[in-house]
Write a protein that binds this ligand. Structure first.
Ligand code: ZN
Length: 167
């Protein structure tokens, strides 16, 4: 098996119906006792056609920023914001589902640093800060609120999250 050359970019975005099934399943499932508080962070990497956004999770933001700098240098990276949540695993997972539903691409490729980074997204829009403020932030704020308010049962109407920007 020969690995693809670095610039081959696969779109790993799943169909909406699959994402909605996963959303229903996991938003209604009790949050694990192992789930911990943490940060959901967002950065943007410059590149052709609007660049790529990464949404990740950490319990130590400063350390994570340094790790990205050390492990994946050479990217023009802009840190856009971070959001505190009491249940970081669940929050991150649901945010990834909602963003995947709204993205134009969930790229999968071997980065210059040798890693295939997961859960990166591209969206329609030229200005990263506008995309962050108008699309990504509302999704994060809404999911953090849902997860915070209803720990054991999130009987949420996912429709709003999924319909916001169509598909
Ligand atoms: Zn990398």
């Amino acid at each position: 098996m020969v690995s693809p050359p670095p610039l081959v970019m696969l779109n790993a975005k799943r169909p909406l119906w699959k994402l909605m099934i996963l959303w229903r399943r996991f938003s209604n499932q009790e949050i694990s006792n192992a789930d911990r508080a943490g940060w959901i962070y967002v950065f943007h990497e410059a590149g052709s056609s609007g660049g790529i956004f990464k949404v990740g999770r950490t319990n130590n933001l400063e350390r994570r920023i340094h790790e990205w700098k050390a492990d994946c240098p050479g990217q023009l990276r802009t840190w856009l914001g971070a959001f505190w949540t009491p249940f970081a695993h669940r929050t991150e997972y649901l945010i990834h589902l909602a963003l995947e539903a709204q993205c134009t691409c969930r790229p999968r490729f071997i980065c210059d640093c040798g890693t295939t980074h997961l859960e990166k997204f591209t969206f329609i829009g030229d200005d990263p800060r506008t995309v962050f403020e108008e699309l990504i932030t509302p999704v994060i704020v809404e999911v953090v609120a849902l997860v915070s308010l209803t720990r054991s049962r999130l009987d949420t109407d996912a429709a709003a999250l999924f319909q916001q920007h169509g598909n």
